[in-house]
Design a protein around this ligand. Structure first.
Ligand code: TRP
Ligand code: SF4
Length: 374
């Protein structure tokens, strides 16, 4: 069982073997109209029906992309992976993007006050989405609250009839103590995913998410079949390792780089991060390090490759690391600099879009407004 509300370590191999998530192979990648670094670098590693989505796109059929956000804490680099994908589909492939804000889920599953969820959604998430390059023009993107969008709510209430309590209970491990709001969250999410077909007619919707969300997709695909709708496609990306080696988590600031961290703080976090280097310098020089066990290397692959010299540079660092020809201090300095640069740029972009945001959001009928003290 995968529990979307309590993710432990993920065994990606097993996922593809046991749950029917298909690996992203050369055949799939060839369908892409242009290169997609997140896929090429193996960060997006698996999918369901992604090939069908791409074929429909290549045939000029209507397709859209949808991925929700849970406004429950600060946005960190792990969240950025999703946004980078949304931006790719919107900017490079001109596909419309839907962004549900899962305020109801945050409320029922995370005990979050709704007003606070709306504030976090705007200040922390939507602002950063825009700063990362998502165009909020309502023709190209729809941002909405689960608690506001009628179509989603009506669909959720209707689709609920397609699921038995046993299915939901077994899929998520719910018990008699689970509150009904939480138990209903997967149905609201299914409605999120299926509602673009209600608005625009039947078409393939792609949902890029972390693997923890796959149970929701399996249920949604079953429901779609029963409703004679087109099954959503999905892609799955790897989670970033936390800086200290475990999970990257908003509630543990030392494990994550937040998009609003100031550059110096971020550098310090990188300096203290877990690497795959040898126990001592001599050992490292002699036996080399292991980039696959190294969070600093992971930061390069996920978010900084283009700033430090692209795939060629990544390969070079891998090789040098293995042979002990580069030491962790050098990597950390380089990653710290690149990261600081990225965060500074992001801060500048946030300030640029901040003024436009109230007007942009007002064009999205079901989106939260900016807080009064904006
Ligand atoms: N459950 C998702 C999360 O925890 C948020 C979400 C809500 C979502 N609706 C969605 C994700 C639809 C993908 C598609 O982050
Ligand atoms: Fe990681 Fe670089 Fe150290 Fe290798 S040398 S373990 S890549 S920090």
């Amino acid at each position: 069982m995968i529990d979307p509300w309590d993710v432990e370590e993920v065994d990606y191999e097993r996922l593809t073997e046991e749950f029917g998530i298909r690996p992203i192979d050369e055949e799939v990648r060839e369908l892409l109209p242009r290169s997609f670094p997140l896929l090429d670098r193996g960060i997006v590693f698996g999918h369901r029906d992604y090939d069908s989505f791409l074929k429909d796109y290549n045939d000029g059929e209507l397709v859209s992309v949808l991925s929700g956000m849970m406004p429950s804490g600060r946005m960190h680099l792990g969240h950025k992976t999703v946004v980078d994908q949304l931006v790719f589909y919107q900017q490079e492939m001109d596909v419309k993007v839907y962004v549900p804000i899962a305020d109801l889920e945050a409320h029922h599953a995370r005990d979050m006050d709704l007003d606070r969820a709306h504030r976090i959604a705007v200040e922390e998430y939507v602002l950063n989405y825009a700063a990362l390059g998502l165009d909020l023009d309502p023709d190209r993107c729809e941002v909405y609250l689960q608690s506001e969008r009628k179509t989603v709510q009506r669909m959720a209430l209707l689709l609920a009839g397609r699921l038995t309590w046993n299915t939901v209970k077994n899929t998520y491990g719910f018990t008699g103590e689970t509150n009904m709001g939480h138990a209903f969250a997967p149905i609201v999410q299914a409605a999120d995913i299926l509602h673009p077909q209600e608005i625009e007619g039947p078409h393939r919707v792609l949902v890029p998410v972390g693997v923890d969300q796959d149970p929701h997709l399996r249920l949604t695909r079953d429901i779609a079949e029963k409703e004679d709708l087109i099954k959503p496609a999905s892609t799955y990306h790897r989670f970033m390792t936390g800086l200290t080696g475990g999970k990257m988590s908003s509630s543990k600031p030392n494990t994550a780089i937040f998009l609003t961290d100031d550059p110096e703080t971020a550098k310090e976090k990188v300096w203290n991060a877990k690497t795959g280097g040898g126990a001592t310098l001599e050992e490292h020089r002699e036996h080399g390090g292991n980039p696959d066990e190294c969070v600093v290397y992971e930061l390069m692959v996920y978010h900084l490759a283009d700033r430090i010299g692209g795939d060629e540079k990544l390969r070079e660092i891998r090789k040098k690391c293995r042979e002990g020809d580069i030491i962790c201090g050098e990597c950390k300095r380089m990653v710290g600099e690149a990261l600081a640069e990225m965060l500074e740029e992001l801060e500048r972009r946030r300030e640029e879009v901040r003024d436009e945001l109230p007007d942009l959001l007002s064009q999205h009928p079901d989106a939260p407004e900016v807080p009064e003290d904006w």
